[in-house]
Structures are given as structure tokens and as C-alpha cells.
Design a protein around this ligand. Sequence first.
Ligand code: NAD
Length: 263
Amino acid sequence: MSAKLEGKVAIVTGAASGLGLATARRFAREGARVVCADVDEQAAARLAGELAAEGSRAIAVAVDVTREQDVRRMVETTAQAFGGVDVLVANAGIAGVGSVETTSRETWDRVLAVNLTGVWLCNRAVVPAMRARGGGSVINQASIAGLVGFSGIAPYAAAKAGVIGLTRQAAVEYAATGIRFNAVCPGTVVTPLVVRTYEERGGIATGARQSLDDALRANAARIPMQRFGTPEDVASMVAFLASAEAAWITGAVFPVDGGYTAA
Ligand SMILES: NC(=O)c1ccc[n+]([C@@H]2O[C@H](COP(=O)([O-])OP(=O)(O)OC[C@H]3O[C@@H](n4cnc5c(N)ncnc54)[C@H](O)[C@@H]3O)[C@@H](O)[C@H]2O)c1
């Protein structure tokens, strides 16, 4: 395999699970030095150990993306370990279930804090380090829920639309510095976040496998390509945007959704 990211230093937030995990693994295979950043410290450390055992250079950093001091430390630790930052994948996120009327203030604040403010804090923190390198690539994990409406995920959708707006704004603001900002909008990929969303939104009891599978099957049938995505489907797009192949792409928003938003 060609090593698209040879020598690049990449921070992946939310690297301990799902799309972030697949992205961190893919980046390591593409030659990047990977910072596995997650609030789940043990799982991040396990992943970094796994990548290191396969011959990649990887470290784990414990971070809650809503905490400014954690985010600052994540970037400092990266610079100390690897000499700078070339790529940020702002991927950490949580489920956010509730309609406009039923969402509690507490849920709204928490989902916006992680899924939007957390992305902004991470974007802000890497800019000086990337500017010092003469450029970089920031990939913000948005969602098709930031592009089209779904019922029952109001705070999540609002945060994801916010991520898209932030990405475009930053792209224009920093274009001349060589720092590129793009957003990826995955359709459904079955991860712990999606299982939680289905259970909470559909009133499915935790662990009720049959009801969950029925609900998932019904939704997969609405996707033109007739299947959910895989974490690797999304990681491929993220790796492309991180690489020099995407050198003239900034401020763009990419659905990776099996045709869902085209229908
Ligand atoms: N899975 C999907 O279908 C889908 C679709 C569209 C967008 N997304 C987005 O992709 C991203 C990853 O989602 P996933 O499906 O892989 O979820 P996941 O639950 O499998 O993984 C999310 C990771 O983020 C970490 N995390 C949560 N809060 C954090 C915090 N405050 N600070 C640091 N880390 C934190 C978790 O510990 C976990 O490792 C999210 O932003 C999500 O909204 C997912």
C-alpha cells in the first residue's frame, strides 16, 4: 500500500472507538505518527500499544475535548513527542437524542459542549502549531444529520450543522496560511454511539438485540446502496483529506453515506 501520510503527525480525537479507531489504524498504516486522544484513557492506551506493536509510532493522550486545559495539553504533548502537528481529526462525539420540545437543557448543553464546542477548541488549539509548520489539514467529523433533518436528534443535528459552519468559516479564515479545514458527513455506521441513539430514540431496552436489529434493518433499507457504512468507509475519506492528494480542497463538506443525501 502507498503510504499517503508518511511522516505526518496526526491527532485523532475519539480514537478509542468506532470511526476514530478505524481512522487511527488507517493513519498508522499510511505511515503517520498517531496521537490516540480520548476521554477513555485505557482504551486509547490499548490502541496506541497495538499500533506501536505493529511498528507504528503512536502515543495515547487522555483528553476531554470540552476542557480547554486538556485540549492545550493534548497539542503540547503531541509537539513534545513528535515535534509538531500536521493533521487533526476532530472526531470525538456523543449521541444527542430528543426532539425540539423533549430535549432537556442539560442534554442540549452537554451535546453542544462535546460535539460543537469540543471541535472548536481542538481546531483553535492546533492552528498555531500548524501555522508554524506552514500548513496542515483539519478534518471535522460532522454528520448527514447536519445536512438533512431526522426526527428525534435535535441537539445532535444542531451541533453537527454548527460543525459544518465552523469548518467553512475556518477554511476561509486560514486558507492563506496553508491550513485546510474540511468536514466529513458520515451516514449511519453501527458503532456504540449509533446503538445508543437507536435505543434512546426508539425506546428500545438496552441489550434488546432483536428490536435493535429490526430497527437497523428497516433503516438500512432506506439507503440507496442498501447497507450501512463501515468505519473504514469513513476512514478512507478522512485519510484522503489528510493527505497531499487533497492539497487544493478546503472548506468542503463530504457526505459518506451510500447515497442517502442524494435521494
Ligand atoms: N457512527 C455513525 O453513524 C456516525 C455518523 C455520523 C457522524 N458520526 C460522528 O463520528 C464521530 C465518532 O462517532 P462513533 O460513531 O465512532 O462513536 P463512538 O461512540 O464509537 O466513539 C466516540 C469516541 O469519542 C470519545 N469521546 C466521547 N466524548 C469525549 C470527550 N468529551 N472527549 C474526548 N473523547 C470523547 C468516546 O470515548 C469514544 O471513544 C462522532 O463525532 C459522531 O457524531 C458518527
